[in-house]
Design a protein around this ligand. Structure first.
Ligand code: SF4
Length: 364
């Protein structure tokens, strides 16, 4: 029997559901409150009678995702989840506990069609877009984990106003290209803001440069953060590692991105993975690339995140040496560019983005 996913129902439908079970309407409200805490099962709903919990367990499920695997980094600050959807597709999401708050990186698609040569998420192609509920449920999984932290006194105290140990930041940077699923991603952000109170300024959408999608975000008009996964400073080099470069030029992408940031007075994030080729020669991490990248962003409100490549077994790139990474950064700094080196958090738990999902698809 297919179980009803209670999170997928509207409030009214949830009420009808419990009334059909012979229960008073207020049970629906209790269940809704549990769902918004990310409860994974009915037995944890302690304010419901035990018989009701058992009945619910036999005919329904709480969220449209279930945890297949949970990995924790050695420092305990990063938790990576492998989640299964109801059609058995799998996705990843990552909870990062930081001094400024609790950030969740969510997936927007099962797989990805973009074919970036350095990425594990695209190796099995695109399976499908995620629904709004499936994206939202990833936040709730993290929210329940944070609740468990509080119970075990593991919670770290963030600085500033984000000291409530709830999810405070969202990055849509997991598996998939968010702007290939734009309307569901927008619907998800609206709900995260309305229903969880997550500020627009703490939500980041990362795209490989889908120009019409950036235009849609401008029309939507919310002051979120935009990140562009650029990874090369020239169209020729970009075409070697990102097929999307055959569709949109860097100039078209940057024009759209600056229009977005000018509209909202936001700082643009540039994501730049530093790669060497299979022989260990620098590919996009040469001093010339650093100079060209500087020209693209000079005098703009922009932060360049440099990301040393995380090995993906199936991909034949290499990671530049620490010296090469710092030399690249030094050139940006000399040119007046805001930049930082971002080490992927939790690299000890499934390494690069998409790797956990890939390994587990292959093993099944
Ligand atoms: S880097 Fe992003 S857009 Fe490119 S293949 Fe991976 S998930 Fe898709």
């Amino acid at each position: 029997m297919t179980k009803t996913v209670l999170f997928n129902l509207t409030d009214k439908e949830r009420e009808e559901f419990v009334v059909k079970m012979g229960q008073p309407k207020f049970r629906a409200k209790q269940i809704s409150e549990w769902l918004m805490r990310g409860v994974p099962d009915f037995m944890s709903m302690k304010n419901l009678p035990e018989n009701l919990r058992k009945d619910l367990d036999s005919m329904a499920q709480t969220l449209p995702v279930r945890i297949v695997k949970k990995l924790e980094s050695a420092d305990g600050q990063t938790t990576k989840f492998l989640l299964e959807l109801n059609d058995c597709e799998r996705i990843e999401c990552v909870l990062m506990r930081t001094s400024y708050g609790n950030s969740v990186c969510v997936s927007s698609q099962a797989g990805c069609a973009m074919g970036c040569k350095f990425c594990a998420s695209t190796l099995l192609g695109l399976k499908r877009n995620l629904t709004i509920n499936e994206i939202f449920a990833q936040i709730l999984v993290a929210q329940w984990e944070l609740r468990n932290d509080r119970m075990s006194e593991k919670a770290i105290k963030p600085n500033g106003d984000a000291n409530n140990n709830d999810v405070s930041h969202i990055v849509i940077m997991g598996t998939g290209e968010p702007l290939q699923n734009t309307e569901n991603v927008i619907g998800f952000m609206e709900r995260a803001n309305n229903e969880m109170g997550i500020s627009w300024r703490r939500i980041t959408v990362s795209t490989c440069g889908i120009v019409p999608g950036i235009q849609r975000l401008i029309e939507w008009g919310r002051p979120i953060n935009l990140a562009i996964s650029l990874h090369a400073p020239t169209d020729d080099l970009r075409k070697q590692i990102m097929p999307i470069a055959n569709k949109y030029t860097i100039s078209e992408i940057m024009d759209a991105a600056w229009r977005f940031t000018d509209t909202h007075n936001r700082q643009l994030m540039i994501e730049y993975i530093l790669l060497g080729d299979s022989d260990g020669n620098l590919l996009n991490a040469t001093p010339e690339c650093a100079e060209k990248l500087s020209e693209l962003v000079r005098d703009k409100n922009c932060m360049v995140n440099l990301i040393p490549w995380n090995a993906v077994d199936e991909r034949k790139f290499t990671s530049p040496s620490g010296n090469a990474v710092h030399r690249f950064q030094d050139i940006l700094i000399k040119n007046g560019i805001h930049t930082r080196i971002r080490r992927e958090r939790g690299t000890d738990i499934g390494s690069a983005c998409g790797q956990l999902r890939l390994n587990n698809q292959k093993n099944n």
